[in-house]
Structures are given as structure tokens and as C-alpha cells.
Design a protein around this ligand. Structure first.
Ligand code: B3K
Ligand code: ZN
Length: 885
């Protein structure tokens, strides 16, 4: 495995100022001609011109119109003696083969169209180029293709010309006035239709928004368009960032490796994040569309106008843009409670994916130091922890300070390719004297050091002096290549809650008067103390409110104190967190044989109180009533027996189903709505709680044998007027292994067999059902041979394989090792077609070292078998090598 290192960065020796590309599109052989205006970098030593190129057939090279000698070396096209002038032109002709491109990187065919994906290093699979983000060029692109097959021809920027060509072909010429790195290039040639909308921005300019989809999908584009309009409006209002293009296009494609791609003016999306209708998409899908449309749109400024100097800086654009899309989603949700629900969901995601990553063999800093394959570093750490780092900066400088910092960032760097340091510096410089600026260097350790710190909090109350002393300590264990960590700068948002639930005024020693009931303490040393004065009685500390830093918190609170927070904390996040911690401690104890596989009566009563609460939102109740996932429990155990974790969690779920039976009925009846479907937080919360109640009621029937609730679920499944309800009812049947699950599954398949995204749900649902006597695993194996299954389509592959291996530990981690054998075989199958996708699947074994025997030994063997495969891709090789290291 050869590594690229951040410290080896060198500015490019040549720059490309402009490029004219011309494509003759044919699936088997596409001709590309490229005319590059190249300039020498006067600061760089004279050297050969080296262009990236991968899997291309080179046809011709001319420099300043003359032939020039060249050679191939290490996957690069080397021109030893380019013209000596400061600037010159290079003309290249090459061909590539889109229909054989199963990697879905570069130019490929999907269905009957052509699409591109260039980030991170896909452009070099289209033509020879300086395929690195700090080389920014102005693009003019001509597309030529058969008119009947490919009536729509798109590229970045503005359409400048189009017309007919002989032989039934046509052409379109596009010009993008903004210099951009090659990873933001895109083209589309396909038979598509568009939903269009005009929008006027504050400057009075009119812009055309278009969402392109296949014929027949137009009725599923309204939500994507609404989300795009809302994103444009939000970015202008919140950050004064306007749409800078006359035309902004979104194109949906069925075969896509990730969610979507922010190509300048021509975003290409996985259909999953564009298409949504109430009949075919769930509330979660609607929310996903809104957030991904926003994310890609926000990249137009954070990523495209200001881009990354090199790929180690990826979080510069990804962390910041995730932060922005999270803020947008919160603003779109409405009131404080809905915002808290969003925050809880984001934190759950961070803990489910990023915390394990940071504790495993792939742990890396938000700004990594090295990589073998950059596509392996589009990680939860770069994205989600990166967003938390931005959020902490915003916490330390305040909302307005952060907006000022953003303005300064754009003032300084618009049009440039920059680093994470540049971003942090701009935020700090716009806020001199702020809690961030005075310790900027220490704060930036968040970019440099991997690992999740643990904050330990202990409080003592001195009744005589009415004083409460809070001691906070931090510690972060070693991670690969980083044995020792310097202290982090950790903003701890907090308050003190009285035993009666009221919020106490906060007055730190040395302050004249109390200042509010919530504030941010900055923990920057290994240990610090804060003394609060005038505290009348022993308080319960509510720490890390809103999850103000990506850390593990050991608060040392008793059950009774947690119950106070669960019932009263003014911070909704910590209310939820208290319930999670109460449940987690019982799950962990039971999984280790240190406690009963049951919840004690006070906790069950506390959960009942939440479920019955007259004032709490349904969405919040649904989150509180969910037990921590098996994966989350596993992360908190020193050694994991996945079967045991499953057993104890299922026992507690069954207990909640039984002991809250009447409450589930009440929740079901109270929240079932007949309102016309709208994907609002309020409606979605009710549907989520109704679906949860139905699941619990069917689960109870599974044990009691009472057929009423499965019957009602089946009826509801048949009569549902939207996918959220239909899938909820179907899940309740499938997850409780009800007899009616089979007829419901067949009926669902029959109804939706022509809708790929819904079929994905059908596969996923079956692969995620709680394991029962090996039936679920057997079914996944059978589904692999289903005529509708294919490993080639990433969504379909994920729906079955990721559902099993990531989200169904008990079905996957089998004592007979069959799950691991299955995993290794699929990783190798997929690797032969699509290494990026295979590498994702490979990562599900990251935490194998935590497993108990016999799982651990069997897991190692399976990983070693993959590692031993001689023609493994670099992508998968990096993952398995690190896993075994
Ligand atoms: N920037 C793309 C991700 C590209 C992944 C390349 N393997 C999508 C996004 O983050 O918006
Ligand atoms: Zn992004």
C-alpha cells in the first residue's frame, strides 16, 4: 500500500487556465478532444509536464499545434519537453469506454444515458489532465450524440449554442464562466424530462432551476424542487450567499456510488435523493431529499467558489457544508422542539458511524495525514465530525460572530483553493478576543488529532457555603499513529437543574450577579474546576447540552438524578440523553451478565410518563422510547457477544411491548391522522410514533398469540394512503415474524415491482428483520438470487448487503461464521466491478477486534481471506490492511 502524505504537498508546476472539451458520445467508444491553455508556475522548478490519465486510449498530442514527444509513467502522461514559453496550448485526443465503466467513476452509462462522476479522481478517467483540486480552469464543453437516444445534452454553466448534425446527431455547447477544479466537471446525455421553475434572488436577477428525471418520474420531483428553492432562499438570508448562475440543474441517475454530487451548476443525484411522492417515499426519504438537495446546493459556495487545496482538506468543504445543511434542516423544521429532534438525529448518526470509526482501525483526524485511496476518506469523520468542529467554532464565537467569520472567509478566499487552517483563521480573525481566537492553535487540534475524547464530570455541593464545584477532566486514548494526545478545546454547554426540575441561575465565583441559566464552559486543560455560588440545594448538572462537543461524557450521575433530567431538563437533547443513558446502563449490565435482561419498574414508569405526556411532541417521544441500538450498546462493551446483546435488547423491547401495552394502544389511536399527507416534522413525528406503537403491539401479539394487532397492521398495510404508513405496517408484520408478513411482502412486491427505490425498501426490510433461528440470514442468501436483485446497482446492493451487515448484527454475526464467509464473498464479487462500493462493504468489519470468540477468530479469518486475494483493488486493500494491522 503506497500512501499519499499531506506533508508532501507541492503547488502545481503548471496551471490550466482554460479548457475546451469536445465529446463524441458512444457507449462503446467515446472520443474526447481537449484543448488546454497551460501556464508554467514561475515559482516551480522547470520540470516535465505530467498529466493524470487512467484507463484511456491516447490518440494524439499536439503542443502549440505541433507534435510533441511523450511517454507513459506511473499512470501519467509525461511530456518531457513542453514548449518553453510561459504559456502554451496542448491538444489531446483520446477515447474511453463508458459502457464498460462499472466503477461509476468518470464517464459511464446508466440505463440508456451518459453520466459522469469526477470527485475525487474521476476526471482522469475521461481525459488527461492535472486532476487535482488546486488547478482551476474555465471550461467550454461541446457534446455530440445521437439525437433520438440522447435528446438532452448538459454540462456545467450556460448553454451557448445547440443544433443539428448530420446522421441524426445533434450537439450542445456549454460554457461555465467560473474557474473550477476538474472534480466539479459534469456532463449528462440522456432521454430526460425536466421540472422547471424560475426564481428571483434579492438582487432582482432571475434564475432557472431545473430537475431532470426519466420520463414518468416527473410527478416525483415537486419536493426536490421545493427543497432547492428553499435552499436558495435560506443561503441568501442566513449567510448572504446568492445563487451565482443563470441556470441551476439537478439530474437524477439510478446508478450512483453515493448520495449526490455538487458539480458546478449541474448537480448529479442518486434517484434516492430526488424522487419522492407520498405513495412511494417515506417521511425519512422526504427529509433525505431536502437535506441532500440543500447540501449540494450549499456546496456551490462552500466547496465550489472556495474549494480545497488538496484532498486532505476535504473537511474544509464537507464538514462546513454538513454543518450548513444541518442548520438549514433545523431552520426548516420549525420550533425549538423540532430543532431538538433534528439535533438528536444528527447526534445519533454521529455516534452510530463516527464514534466507532474513531475507535477503530480506520480512525483518522478530520484532516487526515495520509491515505492510499482518497475515496476511502469520504468518511463520517471528515463529514460529521468535521461538521461538529465547525459547530463548536460557531458555539465559541456566537451566531453573529460565525456569520461575520463566514463573510471574512469569502472576502479573503473567493475563487481560491484553500486549507482548513484558512477557514479557522477567518472565523477567528473576524472575532478578535473571542473564546475561539484566544486559543485557536489548541482548538485546531480537532483537525489534527483522531479519537473521541472522554469528558469526566464530578460535582460536589457545599451546603454551608451554598457552593457547587464542578470538576471536568478530559482524556483521549491513542489512535493509529497517534499514541499521545494534547488536550482538546471542548465547549461544554451546561446548566444546573434543581431537584424540583427548575433551572437554577448560574453565578460563577468572582461574578457579581447570576447570568442566565445556561452557559458554555470551555474545557481546555486535562482538568479544570468551576465554582458556582449561591446555590440553594444540591443541583443536578445538565452537561453538554445540545451535544456541544463530539465527546463521550461520563457524568457520574445516579439513576435518580437522570430521572430528574429526563422529566425536567429545559434542554430537550439532555432529556433524551438521560433516557438513553438509563437504558444503556441496563443493557450493558445485562449483556455482561451483571444485571437482569429487564428494565426496572422506575424506568418503565418514566418511559410511560414520556409516552403519555400531554405536552411532548410525538417525534420526541418516539426517540425517547427507542432503546439504544445493538451497535451503540456494543460500542460501550469491552468485549462484544452480538447474540447476547441482541437477546437482552429484544427481551427489554418485549418487556416494553408488554408493560406499556395500553399506552401503545393509546399512542396509536391518539396519533393516527387522516390529514392530507405533508412531509412536515409535526406529521412525520405522529406517523413515526404510530408506526412504533404498531410494531410494539405486533411484537406483543407474537408472544401472546393474539391475532388482533397483526390483523390491524395488515389492514393498515393494505389501506395505507402513503408509503410511511404502508411500510410501517409492513415492518411491524415482518419484524414480529407474523404469519401475515408473507402475504404482505408478496403484495408489496406486486404493487411496486416497477419502482426501483421502493423495491430497495422491500429488500432492506427483509434483511433488517430481527433474527429468529437463522431465518433472516437464510432469506438474505435467497434474496441474492432473486430476479430483481443485482450487485451492479449500488442502491440495490446496499439495500440487501448493508442492511444485513451494518444494521442486523444478530443475523450477521453467527457462531458458525457463515455471515463472515458471505461478507467476504460479496466484498470480492463487488470489488471486481466497483471498488468504491466494495470498500464500503469491507468497512463493516472495522470493529472485529472487539468481538468475543468464536466471532473474533472467524472474523479475522474472513478478513484475511479477502486480503489474500491477489487482484484486490487498492480501495479494499487499504481497508483490510488497516483492519488487520
Ligand atoms: N462531494 C460528493 C462526494 C464525492 C464522493 C467521492 N467518492 C458529495 C457530497 O459530499 O456532497
Ligand atoms: Zn458534500
Amino acid at each position: 500500500v503506497t500512501l499519499v502524505r499531506r506533508e508532501d504537498y507541492l503547488a502545481p508546476a503548471y496551471r490550466i487556465r482554460s479548457v475546451e472539451l469536445c465529446f463524441d458520445l458512444e457507449p462503446a467508444k467515446t472520443l474526447v478532444s481537449s484543448k488546454l491553455a497551460i501556464e508554467r508556475n514561475p515559482q516551480a522548478a522547470p520540470q516535465p509536464l505530467r498529466l493524470h490519465g487512467e484507463g484511456l486510449t491516447l490518440l494524439r498530442v499536439l503542443a502549440n499545434g505541433e507534435s510533441v514527444s511523450f511517454r507513459h509513467e506511473d499512470g501519467q502522461l509525461v511530456i518531457d519537453h513542453p514548449p518553453a514559453d510561459e504559456s502554451f496550448t496542448l491538444e489531446i485526443r483520446n477515447s474511453c469506454c463508458p459502457e464498460k465503466n462499472t466503477e461509476l467513476s468518470g464517464l459511464y452509462t446508466s440505463g440508456s444515458g451518459f453520466f459522469t462522476q469526477c470527485e475525487a479522481e474521476g476526471f482522469r478517467r475521461i481525459t488527461y489532465f492535472l486532476d487535482r483540486p488546486d488547478v482551476m480552469a474555465v471550461y467550454t464543453v461541446t457534446l455530440r450524440a445521437d439525437k433520438a437516444k440522447y435528446p438532452v445534452l448538459l454540462s456545467n454553466g450556460n448553454l451557448v449554442e445547440q443544433g443539428e448534425l448530420p446522421g441524426g446527431r445533434h450537439f450542445a455547447k456549454w460554457h461555465d464562466p467560473f474557474p473550477k477544479p476538474s472534480y466539479l466537471f459534469a456532463l449528462v446525455a440522456a432521454d430526460l424530462v425536466a421540472r422547471e421553475q424560475k426564481i428571483r434572488t434579492r438582487s432582482g436577477k432571475e434564475h432557472l432551476l431545473q430537475v431532470f428525471v426519466r420520463r414518468g418520474d416527473l410527478d416525483k420531483t415537486e419536493h426536490a424542487m421545493n427543497s432547492l428553492v428553499a435552499s436558495v432562499v435560506w443561503d441568501e438570508a442566513r449567510f448572504k450567499l446568492p445563487l451565482d448562475l443563470e441556470r441551476f440543474m439537478i439530474v437524477a441517475v439510478e446508478d450512483f456510488n453515493m448520495g449526490a454530487m455538487e458539480n458546478k451548476g449541474l448537480n448529479i443525484f442518486n434517484t434516492k435523493f430526488v424522487l419522492a411522492s407520498p405513495a412511494t417515499a417515506t417521511d425519512v426519504d422526504f427529509f433525505g431529499v431536502e437535506s441532500v438537495v440543500a447540501h449540494e446546493y450549499f456546496h456551490n459556495w462552500t466547496g465550489n467558489r472556495i474549494t480545497c487545496r488538496d484532498w486532505f482538506q476535504l473537511s474544509l468543504k464537507e464538514g462546513l457544508t454538513v454543518y450548513r445543511d444541518q442548520e438549514f434542516s433545523m431552520d426548516m423544521s420549525g420550533g425549538a422542539s423540532a430543532r431538538a429532534v433534528r439535533r438528536i438525529e444528527d447526534v445519533r448518526q454521529l455516534r452510530a458511524a463516527q464514534f466507532p470509526e474513531d475507535a477503530g482501525p480506520m480512525a483518522h483526524p478530520v484532516r487526515p495525514d495520509s491515505y492510499a485511496e482518497i475515496n476511502n476518506f469520504y468518511t463520517a469523520t471528515v463529514y460529521d465530525k468535521g461538521a461538529e468542529v465547525v459547530r463548536m467554532m460557531a458555539t465559541l464565537v456566537g451566531r453573529e460572530g460565525f456569520a461575520n467569520g463566514m463573510s471574512l472567509y469569502f472576502e479573503r478566499h473567493d475563487g481560491q483553493a484553500v486549507t482548513c487552517d484558512d477557514f479557522a483563521q477567518a472565523i477567528a480573525d473576524a472575532n478578535p478576543g473571542s473564546a475561539l481566537s484566544v486559543r485557536l492553535d489548541a482548538f485546531k487540534r480537532w483537525y489534527a488529532q483522531a479519537g473521541t475524547p472522554t469528558v469526566t464530570a464530578r460535582g460536589t455541593y457545599d451546603a454551608e457555603n451554598r457552593r457547587y464545584t464542578l470538576t471536568l477532566e478530559q482524556f483521549c486514548g491513542p489512535s493509529p499513529g497517534q499514541p499521545f494526545k494534547f488536550p482538546f478545546v471542548i465547549p461544554v454547554a451546561m446548566g444546573l437543574v434543581a431537584q424540583d426540575g427548575s433551572s437554577l441561575p448560574l453565578q460563577l465565583a468572582g461574578e457579581e450577579a447570576p447570568g442566565g441559566t445556561s452557559r458554555v464552559l470551555v474545557l481546555e486543560h486535562p482538568q479544570q474546576q468551576w465554582v458556582f455560588e449561591n446555590v440553594d440545594a444540591a443541583p443536578v448538572p445538565s452537561l453538554l447540552r445540545g451535544f456541544s462537543a463530539p465527546v463521550n461524557l461520563d457524568d457520574g450521575l445516579s439513576d435518580a438524578e437522570r430521572m430528574v433530567l429526563l422529566a425536567h431538563d429545559s434542554d430537550a437533547f439532555n432529556r433524551w440523553e438521560s433516557a438513553q443513558k438509563l437504558a444503556l446502563s441496563r443493557l450493558c449490565a445485562a449483556a455482561q451478565g451483571l444485571g437482569p435482561a429487564a428494565l426496572d419498574a422506575p424506568l418503565v414508569e418514566a418511559l410511560r410518563a414520556v409516552l403519555r405526556h400531554p405536552a411532548l411532541d410525538a417525534s420526541f417521544k418516539e426517540l425517547v422510547l427507542q432503546l439504544p441500538s445493538e451497535g451503540y450498546v456494543a460500542e460501550h462493551l469491552p468485549v462484544v457477544d452480538p447474540q447476547r446483546v441482541h437477546e437482552v435488547r429484544e427481551a427489554m423491547r418485549a418487556q416494553l411491548a408488554e408493560q406499556l401495552h395500553a399506552d401503545w394502544i393509546e399512542a396509536f389511536e391518539r396519533n393516527a391522522t387522516n390529514e392530507a399527507y405533508a412531509p412536515t416534522v409535526a406529521q412525520a413525528g405522529k406517523r413515526a410514533l404510530v408506526n412504533m406503537a404498531l410494531s410494539m403491539l405486533c411484537l406483543q401479539s407474537q408472544r401472546s398469540g393474539d391475532p388482533v394487532w397483526p390483523g390491524r397492521a395488515y389492514q393498515r398495510f393494505k389501506d395505507a394512503t402513503n408509503m410511511t404508513e404502508r411500510l410501517g405496517a409492513l415492518s411491524a408484520l415482518v419484524e414480529s415474524h407474523a404469519g401475515l408478513a408473507e402475504p404482505a411482502l408478496s403484495r408489496f412486491h406486486e404493487l411496486f415491482k416497477d419502482d426501483a427505490l421502493v423495491l430497495d425498501k422491500w429488500f432492506a426490510l427483509q434483511a433488517r428483520a430481527p433474527e429468529l433461528d437463522g431465518r433472516v440470514f437464510a432469506r438474505v442468501k435467497a434474496l441474492l438470487k432473486h430476479p430483481d436483485f443485482s450487485l451492479r446497482n449500488p442502491n440495490r446492493a446496499r439495500s440487501l448487503l448493508f442492511s444485513l451487515t451494518m444494521f442486523n448484527p444478530a443475523a450477521f454475526h453467527r457462531a458458525d461464521a457463515a455471515g463472515y464467509v458471505f461478507w467476504a464473498d460479496r466484498v470480492m464479487d463487488i470489488d471486481a466491478m466497483n471498488p468504491q462500493l466494495a470498500a464500503r462493504l469491507a468497512r463493516v468489519m472495522d470493529r472485529w477486534r472487539k468481538l468475543a470468540e468464536p466471532y473474533r477468530g472467524a472474523a479475522r479469518e474472513a478478513i484475511a481471506r479477502v486480503a489474500a486475494k491477489p487482484d484486490l483493488s487498492g480501495d479494499v486493500r487499504e481497508i483490510v490492511t488497516r483492519a488487520l494491522a
